[in-house]
Design a protein around this ligand. Structure first.
Ligand SMILES: [Zn+2]
Length: 133
């Protein structure tokens, strides 16, 4: 399976905004770090519940319906994305300051133009995945 395009994530989310753009960059970075493809057995813990989460669901294939996406809304732009079989993966954060006064589409362009290596940070983790998942 190939990765959804950014436009597909926007369509899934329902509108173009900085949040879905950040979620796209964050989840793509995390997937690349993990060497994962959509459809792989993954498990994700997201530390937010806002526009970003829809891009995470679109890009990782982890969803609340499949119970491989857990939301612990702590207001931080971070996810833990791991292999569902091993529990090994990364805690990944995105830190990007969008200049004030940009429109939603300008903010999106600004975020997508950033170097993911410069705005994202990944730390290796191993977590215990609840057996029922
Ligand atoms: Zn949004």
């Amino acid at each position: 399976m190939s990765f959804p395009t950014f436009d597909e994530c926007v369509k899934f989310h329902g509108h173009l905004c900085g949040g879905v753009s950040m979620g796209y960059v964050l989840s793509r970075y995390a997937m690349d770090k993990l060497g994962a493809q959509p459809g792989d057995p993954l498990y994700c813990i997201a530390e937010f519940q806002n526009c970003l989460i829809d891009a995470i669901q679109c890009m990782t294939g982890c969803t609340t319906g499949k119970k491989n996406l857990v939301i612990k809304d702590e207001g931080s732009r971070a996810i833990t994305l791991v292999n569902k079989d091993t529990g090994e993966g990364y805690h990944v954060t995105i830190d990007i300051k969008v200049p004030d006064g940009l429109s939603k589409s300008e903010a999106s362009e600004y975020i997508l133009a950033a170097d993911p290596e410069a705005v994202c940070k990944a730390v290796p983790v191993k977590i215990d995945i609840p057996a029922k998942h």
